[in-house]
Design a protein around this ligand. Structure first.
Ligand SMILES: Nc1ncnc2c1ncn2[C@@H]1O[C@H](COP(=O)(O)OP(=O)(O)O)[C@@H](O)[C@H]1O
Ligand SMILES: [Mg+2]
Length: 192
């Protein structure tokens, strides 16, 4: 079982590369962003609470996120090939909570794959994604806030996962295929 955290700033390509990993390895995928956006679209109570935070470029409270996460994780059963965590954890307390949730099930994170992409490229990709997908948080104002939240709250997780001994650095510039080849080479070197 290869549970993987795909990590990086907004626009780093986590969603894009997750699709490739799912296709090649048959992993399950938990994108907290997608789960939340679905709740918002369906107008659920959770969705309404979440929307306030998202539109303001803020993170959703941890207890709420971990409950959602555990629910989706368990839906893959206890003998899956691995699950990709995309967009979670974003803070140290969330990483601790994820570790605990997996530990309770006798599971763990096999690898944290960090997609490293320069800031100018992130901005360009996100502004373009906003135009094409109409994601309400992909406007210049909110992107700046999200990148700031990433640098202050999320980037410290790189050191946290280094200490856990599972951090893998991958250059996130290049074509989708080039980057995926780098990721696959890291995954193929993990023990089963
Ligand atoms: N290697 C790449 N080169 C150029 N653009 C990319 C690349 N990978 C992803 N993108 C584009 O960048 C934007 C952000 O990618 P996405 O996968 O949604 O990132 P994340 O999930 O990390 O926020 C999307 O519009 C996507 O199509
Ligand atoms: Mg994404």
């Amino acid at each position: 079982m290869k549970n993987i955290v795909i990590f990086g700033a907004p626009g780093a390509g986590k969603g894009t590369q997750s699709d490739k990993m799912i296709e090649k390895y048959g992993f399950g995928h938990i994108s907290t962003g997608d789960v939340l956006r679905n709740e918002i679209k369906n107008g659920t109570a959770l969705g309404k609470t979440a929307k306030g935070y998202i539109d303001n470029g803020q993170l959703i409270p941890d207890e709420l996120m971990v409950d959602i996460l555990a629910h989706v994780y368990d839906s893959f059963g206890s003998h899956h090939k691995g699950v990709i965590f995309d967009g979670f954890p974003r803070t140290t307390p969330q990483a601790e909570a994820l570790k605990k949730m997996l530990h309770e099930r006798g599971h763990k994170i096999a690898a944290m794959i960090e997609l490293a992409v320069p800031e100018e490229e992130l901005m360009a990709r996100l502004i373009n994604r906003g135009k094409e997908s109409g994601r309400s948080d992909d406007n210049e104002e909110t992107i700046k806030k999200r990148l700031n939240v990433y640098h202050t709250q999320t980037a410290p997780l790189i050191d946290w996962y280094k200490k856990e001994g599972v951090h893998h650095h991958v250059e996130g510039l290049g074509t989708v295929e080039e980057i995926f080849a780098r990721i696959a080479s890291e995954i193929d070197q993990l023990s089963e």
